[in-house]
Design a protein around this ligand. Structure first.
Ligand code: FAD
Length: 371
């Protein structure tokens, strides 16, 4: 076993980016990922352009898939009122199935090792030896000088670490389809309904992503996803119209629950928390993936710059707070504006009557392009 091997728990965007950047600079890196690539995940698959130049510079931009170019935002209120606004920064659309698999292969090319279909089940820090011990459900015991927690918004390991946000149950469910439909190709549209909101945007190969954040209570009351969609989502005429014209490409959607936007911390239990593990921004801001990529980079930068764990933690926590704490706070406030009749109508009116103010609000939740 390589005692200097950095261990990354979770091979989503944050973990893959950190792994790639560290291995490229000669570090020995192991990623533990509970699934096997390629696989689908619940996500709107709209990537903010704040990470485009960085991905291009690192030869990590998935241009061979010809991602959709997105530069317009459409919003509908619960009552169907519509507004549109150009997106100054914009983004691109690509499936996580292809994006994560593409990054995984890039990581293999620079020597990252993977333990796939394996879950980290416990992590402990032995202060006397300055070393982490990670146990997996496959019975491995790994030691590492640095561990990055890149396991997303919620994992069984959070329970082991006794993280505070687990005490609050989340009222949301996330549901995703891929569809074929005639729809504006350069637009990300967000349609509110009483209880949640649904996004639609183009990805690669002519397909569209249809993804919504809904209410766990409504799903329970309706009994199944189809009834919930008919009873609640279709009250917004735009959503009903999209469903009536869409060709659904899968038999069943991808579904997740327990989506929490609670405050977390960038360093906990001596671990560098990256991506959603450090805090999740509401999906309606459309930049959780950009934040995950950026945090992966910041963690790698700190590790490459400093030798001592305490210095690495300090540098990473400082950078994380500088870039993300106020964005996540604004995101939590914006989340409250959606999925309710009065406020969603107000948001549509803000876009119609004061595009300047609407753009300012969008800017508050987005970062500057990262370098
Ligand atoms: C409904 C919804 C829509 C969204 N839409 C968008 C959008 O359009 N644009 C956008 O930018 N963001 C969006 N997001 C947010 C975005 O998906 C996340 O912010 C992003 O995926 C976070 O990346 P990550 O690396 O932190 O975690 P993930 O990408 O979730 O990766 C975590 C990985 O860790 C693995 N894992 C978990 N536990 C363990 C364990 N114990 N051991 C080993 N492996 C483990 C998982 O299998 C997973 O592969 C959306 C989120 C939701 C819920």
């Amino acid at each position: 076993m390589d005692e200097n091997q950095i261990t990354i728990i979770g091979g989503g965007l944050s973990g893959l980016i950190a792994a790639y950047l560290l291995a490229k600079e000669g570090k020995s890196v192991l990623v533990i990922e509970k699934k096997e690539y390629p696989f689908h995940r619940v996500c709107g698959e709209y990537v903010s352009n704040e990470v485009r130049d960085f991905l291009i510079q690192e030869d990590l931009f998935p241009s061979s898939f010809e991602p959709a170019e997105i530069n317009t935002f459409r919003l509908s209120a619960v009552n169907g009122a519509l507004a549109e606004i150009p997106l100054d920064l914009g983004g691109f659309g690509i499936s996580r199935y292809n994006l994560d698999y593409f990054l995984y292969k890039k990581c293999l090319n620079v020597g990252v090792k993977f333990l796939l279909k394996t879950q980290a089940s416990t992590i402990g820090f032995k202060a006397a030896q300055n070393v982490f011990e990670v146990n997996t459900n496959e019975g491995d015991l790994l030691t590492a000088p640095i561990v990055l927690a890149a396991y997303g918004k919620r994992s069984r390991i959070d329970k082991y670490l006794d993280r505070g946000f687990l005490n609050q149950r989340s009222p949301y469910v996330g549901i995703k389809y891929h569809i074929n439909i005639a729809h504006e190709e350069n637009m990300v549209a967000l349609h509110n309904y009483n209880g949640g909101y649904l996004g639609i945007n183009k990805i690669e190969n002519g397909a569209f992503n249809l993804c919504y954040l809904g209410s766990r209570e409504q799903l329970k009351a309706a009994g199944n996803i189809q009834s919930m969609e008919e009873q609640y989502l279709f009250k917004n005429p735009h959503i009903k119209e999209i469903y009536s014209r869409a060709e659904f490409l899968w038999e069943k959607p991808e579904v997740i629950n327990e989506i929490s936007f609670a405050t977390k911390s960038p360093v906990e239990n001596q671990l560098l928390m990256i991506g959603d593990a450090a805090g999740m921004i509401t999906p309606l801001c459309g930049n959780g993936m950009a934040i995950a990529i950026h945090t992966g980079k910041l963690a790698a930068d700190a590790i490459l710059k400093h030798k001592k764990l305490a210095m690495i933690q300090k540098a990473y926590a400082k950078a994380w707070n500088q870039y993300f704490s106020s964005r996540l706070r604004t995101g939590r406030a914006v989340q409250k504006l959606f999925g309710a009749p009065f406020v969603s109508n107000l948001a549509v009116n803000v876009i119609k009557k004061s595009p300047y103010l609407a753009k300012k609000l969008i800017l508050q939740t987005h970062g500057q392009p990262i370098k």
